[in-house]
Design a protein around this ligand. Structure first.
Ligand SMILES: [Mn+2]
Length: 202
């Protein structure tokens, strides 16, 4: 999957836990004229109910794309009252202001790579299940040729290793991840590789 000829390239690797039909991880991404949004939600536990909760969150994000990250997390959280909890990561880019913002609650990792340097922010602890909670949203300058890797906890850190730094092509990243990662999974696994291209007009 990719968005060719656009400002953002995306490639995704996803595989459910061994023996499960439903994947508890749901994701969504979209590029518009003015920005880009990507969200990854992982329902706690696995199977059908985990899948239901992560889908609820992703639907909310699809319906409220213009809302900022802080508001999106807040709305998603409210909508989960009485449901299985989720962990969630959301990344938004603003092309006009050259900014990106993201927030991650629980075990969704987000790695940012700019100029061959890797930065990993510590996620907010906990998960979303309808209860009021505080969380941080990080805002930074969006640089041309930045990469972002968003992943659920089925992805093991050691598997990610250097591949994020060595490759900028998103398809190479997911392909090499597929190659090094274990075949038998004890958790649903989603890895989303994102590349922001030089800001070419027209
Ligand atoms: Mn998981």
């Amino acid at each position: 999957m990719s968005t060719a000829n656009n400002k953002v390239d995306v490639s995704i690797f996803q595989q459910p836990k061994k023996g499960n039909y439903y994947c508890g991880d749901s994701y969504f991404y979209k590029e518009t004229e003015t920005g880009f949004i990507c969200a990854l939600a992982d329902g706690l536990g696995s199977g059908e109910f985990a899948n239901e909760s992560s889908k609820i969150v992703i639907d909310i994000i699809k319906e409220n794309m213009d809302v900022d990250v802080k508001q999106l997390v807040t709305i998603a959280n409210e909508r989960l009252l009485g449901k299985r909890g989720v962990v969630l990561g959301i990344l938004k880019m603003d092309f006009n202001r050259n900014l990106y913002s993201f927030s991650s609650i629980g075990n969704i990792g987000i790695i940012q790579v700019a100029d061959g340097r890797k930065k990993r922010s510590i996620p907010n602890v906990g998960y979303l299940a309808g209860y009021r909670r505080s969380f941080k949203v990080i805002k930074e300058k969006l640089e041309p040729d930045m990469n972002f890797i968003i992943f659920s906890d089925g992805v093991k850190d050691k598997e990610l290793s250097k591949m994020c730094l060595e490759n900028t092509d998103v398809h190479t990243i997911t392909k090499s991840y597929r190659y090094v990662s274990q075949e038998v999974r004890d958790d649903d696994t989603t890895l989303i590789a994102i590349h922001y291209n030089e800001n070419v007009e027209g």
